[in-house]
Write a protein that binds this ligand. Structure first.
Ligand code: CP
Length: 327
């Protein structure tokens, strides 16, 4: 079935193919070229959790390909508030639209949507499970940033910081990065929010070096990529505390200047908690050229356009029309 549920669907070859399609999409994403390749197609956008980036960029990506979007946000505006099942919702929606993008608070729920239909279904975040399109655009961003510097993903040092237990983006990203060779991961989290053991084991099994520390200064030292995450308090279910998650955990300018390199890239899936004292990526880095977060969000459009093109089988047509137009 044409669906994106997990990054486990990818190998390096299929990722590179997808990134090539995303490169083809760049002029359309940047509004330098117009395509109507999905004219007449309708996207169902079902978000049962809050979202700005994922919801709007998936919608914009579909529109930039010529399609239109019907959406519903939150349980209140869906008949699931009246007890309708995922199965019924998915069956009904597949009679109305040509593809579904779904965010839902329960892990595995988007796969349940996908099982009930034959139209393309994309996981836009299933609870603490996965957020595959975010991780794909993160990796695409790393590759683009590195290619400017003449660096490769193989052999790189990635520091992941923050809520590594509930941060579904890091769960997807660490799996994708582990497809490459000879990486070093430094995982920086308070004891109650560490990366799930099965992912640590998977990465080690793939031959990468993986270290865990609760010292941010130590964890950032020498990193090529710093990937910070927000604490997902809304998912705390097992009495987790933030004990030990002191203000020194904030990724701020002073710390980055002391511990990182001039070409380290600073990433975050966003949203970040920008309030003073929050243990997140500090706003005092906003004018630091190493901060890649807005280049990262911009890459959400071409990557999500590429995902639609591949899942809906029009990627060759887009590439041909771009070639014919001299791009
Ligand atoms: N990165 C991300 O998923 O952001 P939103 O929650 O705003 O979609």
């Amino acid at each position: 079935k044409p669906q994106l549920l997990s990054v486990a669907q990818f190998d390096r070859g299929s990722l590179e193919d997808l990134f090539h399609v995303a490169d083809v999409m760049q002029p359309i994403a940047r509004r330098q070229k117009v395509t109507r390749i999905l004219e007449g197609a309708v996207l169902g956008s079902l978000f049962f959790e809050a979202s700005t980036r994922t919801r709007v960029s998936f919608g914009a990506a579909f529109c930039r390909l010529g399609g239109t979007v019907c959406d519903t946000t939150g349980f209140t505006f869906s008949s699931m508030a009246k007890g309708e099942s995922i199965y019924d919702t998915s069956r009904v929606m597949s009679g109305y639209v040509d593809a579904l993008v779904v965010r839902h608070p329960e892990q595995g729920s988007v796969a349940e949507f996908a099982r009930a239909t034959n139209i393309p279904v994309i996981n836009a975040g299933d609870g603490p499970g996965e957020h595959p399109s975010q991780a794909i655009l993160d990796l695409y961003t790393i590759q683009r940033e590195f290619s400017r510097m003449g660096k490769l993903v193989d052999g790189t040092h990635v520091a992941m910081v923050g809520d590594l237990k509930y941060g579904r983006t890091v769960h997807s990203l660490i799996r994708l990065l582990s497809l490459y060779r000879g990486l070093k991961f430094t995982l920086v989290a308070p004891p109650s929010l560490e990366m799930p053991a099965y992912l640590v084991e998977l990465v080690a099994r793939n031959g990468h070096v993986i270290e865990q520390t609760s010292s941010l200064a130590q964890g950032l030292r020498g990193a090529d990529v710093v990937y910070a995450t927000r604490v997902q308090k809304e998912r705390f279910a097992n009495g987790e505390t933030l004990e030990g998650y002191t203000p020194e955990f904030q990724v701020c300018k002073a710390l980055v200047d002391a511990a990182c390199k001039p070409d380290t890239i600073l990433m975050h899936p966003l949203p970040r908690d920008g309030r003073p004292g929050a243990n997140d990526l500090s706003v005092d880095l906003n004018h630091d050229p190493r901060l890649a977060i807005f280049r990262q969000t911009d890459n959400g459009i071409p990557v999500r356009m590429a995902l639609f093109a591949v899942l809906m089988g029009v990627e060759q047509q887009v590439a041909r029309s771009m070639r014919d137009a001299g791009w």
